[in-house]
Design a protein around this ligand. Structure first.
Ligand code: AGP
Length: 590
C-alpha cells in the first residue's frame, strides 16, 4: 500500500524524505514523489518505478527544511509520473494513502468551479477540494475540519499550504498515520520504521484527528477542539530496516523464526482469551492469514471439538450476516491494517458479536477495533511475502486450540504436557529445516510454468500456503488442490514433468494421499513429498523429511521447507524477492 512521509524542523528535509521513502518501499509501490518548501515556494519531484529513479532527480542538499513524500501503489489511475503523488492544486500540495470514495461527485463540483485536472487520481480531487474550501475559510484548521466531513472513504493525508510556510498538516480518516517528534524536528509517516533513524517517539493519529505540525510544536484537533495526545515509544529499532547480512529481508525473517517461536511460547501464558464459552468460532482473514485460519480450524475442531468456519474476509463482509450470538469472530492479520479483515470485524461488532484479533502490529487499526487482542510476537516484518509472522500466527492459534482442548478436558494433563514439550523442541527443529539445502530441488522446478501443491485435511491448508509463497515471489503459476479433488478435473492438467508438491503430515490420511500421488505420478508428474512419515518409494521422486512432531507442531514444521523452496526458486528466477511486482505488504484498500 501507499506510504507517507513528512518532516519539518532544523535539519535539511530532503535526505529525511528520501530515507523515509526507502523505508516505506516494503509496503509495495509503483511510483514515488516529494514536495518541499524552498525560498517560500513549493517544489515537486516525482518518478515512476523505484525510489532510486527519484533520487536521480533530487539534490538532497537543497536548502529546504519542510516537505512531504509518498510511495504510490496505483488504485485510481495507472502508475505514471502524472498520477504519482504529491498532487498540487492552487495553494495546496498533498500526499494521500487510501481511497476517496466520493471523488467522482467532488470532481464534478470542482470542475463546475473552474478547476482542471492533470491526473486520473482521486488524490488530485482531494487537493482541489481542500484548495476550494481553503479559499473560502482562509484558515487551514477550519478547512480541514470541513474537509474531514466532505471526503468519504478511508484516507490519510499529508498537506502543505503555500500560505503556511512553517506548518505541515496531517489528517487521518482510517488509513494509519503517525506523528513523530524529536529535538530536531517533527514528522509524519505511515509507520514508525519510516522515521526510525530519526526518532522512536511518536503520537498515533486516531480516525478524524488533525495535526498541525511545526518545527518545535505539534497541535492535535478533533471536531474543531484541540486535544491532548499520549506520547508513545516504538519498541523496534533501526535493525528492523537492516538486512543484517542476509541477501533479502525474507531470508533474514525466515531465520528469525526460531526466535519467534521461542517468544510465542514465552508469551503464551499471557494470552488473554478464554474461548470456552463460545459454541462456534469464525475466523476472518486474507492471504496467508486465511491459510493460518484453516490450520487453526483443523486443530480446534479435532481437539477442542468446537466448530470453526474460516472465511476470506472480502467474502465475509458482503455475505448475508447469519453469525449467531454465542460465536467468537477471530480476525487474523499480521499488519492489523488489512481493509477487508478490519471491515469484517467491524461488521461482526456492529451485530453484537464478540471479536478477538490476532495481530502482529501494536495499536494497529484491527488491534484497536476488536474486543480483545492477542499480539503475535514476530516483530516487524518487512518482506512482502510473510514467513515469520505467518509462523507466529499458526503457533499462536495452535497453542490456543491446545489450551481450549485441555480446558474442555478433551486431552489429559499428560497429553498436554507432552505436546508442550514438543513445542519447546520446535525452535531447534525449525533451525534444522532452515539449514537444509533447497537449491538442488529449486533447480529442478524453477523453469516450470505450472506447479501443483496437494494435501488433505490440515495438509491442504499447508499446501495452500506453500503455493502462495512460491507464486507471489517467483511468479510461477502455482495452485494448491485438495488431493481428493484432482480426479474432478485438475488431473487433466498433469503432463510429463509437471511438478507436484505433496504435503503429508496427517498420518490418518496418508494412504489416501499416497494413492492420489500415484495417480499423478502414473501420468508423468514429478513428485516432491514433504512428510514426517514413511512413504512408498515408488510414489514420489524427491522427499523432504520433516522432524518428528505432533498435530499441533507439524503445521509449523511443514511450512518451513516450502517457504525456503519458494525463496530459492525466486532467487534462481532473479525476482525482486522482498518487493514482488504488484504486491503490497499491507492491503489497506479493498
Ligand atoms: C502473504 O505472503 C501475503 N503477502 C498476503 O497474502 C498477506 O498474508 C495478506 O495480505 C494478509 O495480510 P495481513 O496478515 O497483514 O492481514
Amino acid at each position: 500500500m501507499c506510504g507517507i512521509i513528512g518532516y519539518v524542523g532544523k535539519k535539511k528535509a530532503l535526505p529525511i524524505l528520501i530515507e523515509g521513502l526507502k523505508a516505506l518501499e516494503y509496503r509495495g509501490y509503483d511510483s514515488a514523489g516529494i514536495a518541499y518548501l524552498k525560498n517560500n515556494t513549493i517544489e515537486m519531484v516525482k518518478s515512476i518505478g523505484r525510489i532510486s529513479n527519484l533520487e536521480e532527480k533530487v539534490i538532497e542538499t537543497e536548502d529546504s527544511y519542510m516537505g512531504i513524500g509518498h510511495t504510490r501503489w496505483a488504485t485510481h489511475g495507472k502508475p505514471t509520473e502524472n498520477n504519482a503523488h504529491p498532487h498540487h492544486v492552487g495553494k495546496i500540495t498533498l500526499v494521500h494513502n487510501g481511497i476517496i470514495e466520493n471523488y467522482k461527485e467532488l470532481k464534478e463540483e470542482c470542475l463546475a468551479k473552474g478547476y482542471t485536472f492533470q491526473s486520473d487520481t482521486d488524490t488530485e480531487v482531494a487537493a482541489a477540494m481542500i484548495d476550494m474550501v481553503y479559499r473560502e475559510e482562509k484558515d487551514m484548521q477550519k478547512t480541514l475540519q470541513k474537509i474531514n466531513k466532505i471526503l468519504e472513504g478511508s484516507y490519510a493525508l499529508g498537506i502543505l499550504c503555500e500560505d503556511d510556510t512553517d506548518t505541515l498538516y496531517a489528517v487521518r480518516k482510517d488509513s494509519p498515520l503517525i506523528v513523530g517528534t524529536s529535538t530536531t524536528g517533527n514528522y509524519i509517516a505511515s509507520d514508525v520504521p519510516a522515521i526510525i533513524k530519526e526518532t522512536k517517539v511518536y503520537y498515533l493519529l486516531e480516525p478524524n484527528e488533525i495535526a498541525e505540525i511545526k518545527e518545535s510544536e505539534i497541535h492535535f484537533y478533533k471536531e474543531g477542539k484541540e486535544i491532548e495526545k499520549e506520547k508513545k515509544e516504538y519498541e523496534g529499532d533501526a535493525s528492523v530496516r537492516d538486512k543484517m547480512g542476509y541477501a533479502h529481508f525474507m531470508l533474514k525473517e525466515m531465520h528469525e523464526e526460531t526466535d519467534v517461536i521461542q517468544n510465542t511460547l514465552q508469551a503464551f501464558p499471557t494470552f488473554d482469551a478464554s474461548l470456552t464459552s463460545y459454541k462456534k468460532i469464525q475466523i476472518v482473514s486474507c492471504g496467508s492469514a486465511f491459510h493460518a485460519g484453516l490450520v487453526a480450524k483443523s486443530l480446534f475442531e479435532k481437539y477442542a471439538k468446537v466448530p470453526v468456519e474460516v472465511t476470506i474476509a472480502s467474502e465475509y463482509r458482503y455475505a448475508p450476516f447469519l453469525t449467531e450470538k454465542n460465536t467468537l469472530v477471530i480476525g487474523v492479520s499480521q499488519s492489523g491494517e488489512t481493509a477487508d479483515t478490519l471491515a469484517a470485524l467491524k461488521l461482526a461488532k456492529e451485530n453484537g458479536i464478540d471479536t478477538l484479533g490476532i495481530v502482529n502490529v501494536k495499536e494497529s487499526s484491527i488491534a484497536r477495533e476488536v474486543d480483545k487482542v492477542i499480539y503475535t510476537v514476530a516483530g516487524p516484518e518487512i518482506a512482502v511475502a510473510t514467513t515469520k509472522a505467518y509462523l507466529a500466527q499458526v503457533t499462536t492459534l495452535s497453542l490456543l486450540a491446545l489450551s481450549l482442548a485441555y480446558e474442555k478436558d478433551n486431552i489429559t494433563k499428560e497429553e498436554y504436557d507432552t505436546i508442550m514439550h514438543d513445542f519447546s523442541l520446535l525452535p531447534t527443529k525449525v533451525k534444522e529445516l532452515l539449514n537444509k539445502n533447497y537449491k538442488e530441488i529449486a533447480e529442478k522446478i524453477y523453469q516450470k510454468e505450472d506447479i501443483f501443491y496437494l494435501g488433505r485435511g490440515v495438509d491442504y491448508a499447508l499446501a495452500m500456503e506453500g503455493s502462495l509463497k512460491l507464486k507471489e515471489i517467483s511468479y510461477i503459476h502455482a495452485e494448491a488442490y485438495a488431493a481428493g479433488e484432482l480426479k474432478h478435473g485438475t488431473i487433466s492438467l498433469i503432463e510429463k514433468g509437471t511438478p507436484v508438491i505433496s504435503v503429508i503430515t496427517d498420518t490418518n490420511l496418508k494412504e489416501k494421499i499416497v494413492s492420489n500421488n500415484k495417480e499423478v505420478h502414473a501420468r508423468g508428474a514429478y513428485i516432491l513429498v514433504i512428510t514426517n512419515t514413511d512413504i512408498p518409494e515408488e510414489s514420489y521422486d524427491l522427499k523432504i523429511e520433516l522432524p518428528e512432531g505432533n498435530p499441533f507442531t507439524n503445521p509449523v514444521l511443514a511450512v518451513v521447507p516450502m517457504q525456503m523452496l519458494g525463496y530459492e526458486v525466486a532467487l534462481l528466477r532473479k525476482c525482486d524477492i522482498d518487493k514482488p511486482k504488484n504486491l503490497a505488504k499491507s492491503v489497506t484498500v479493498e
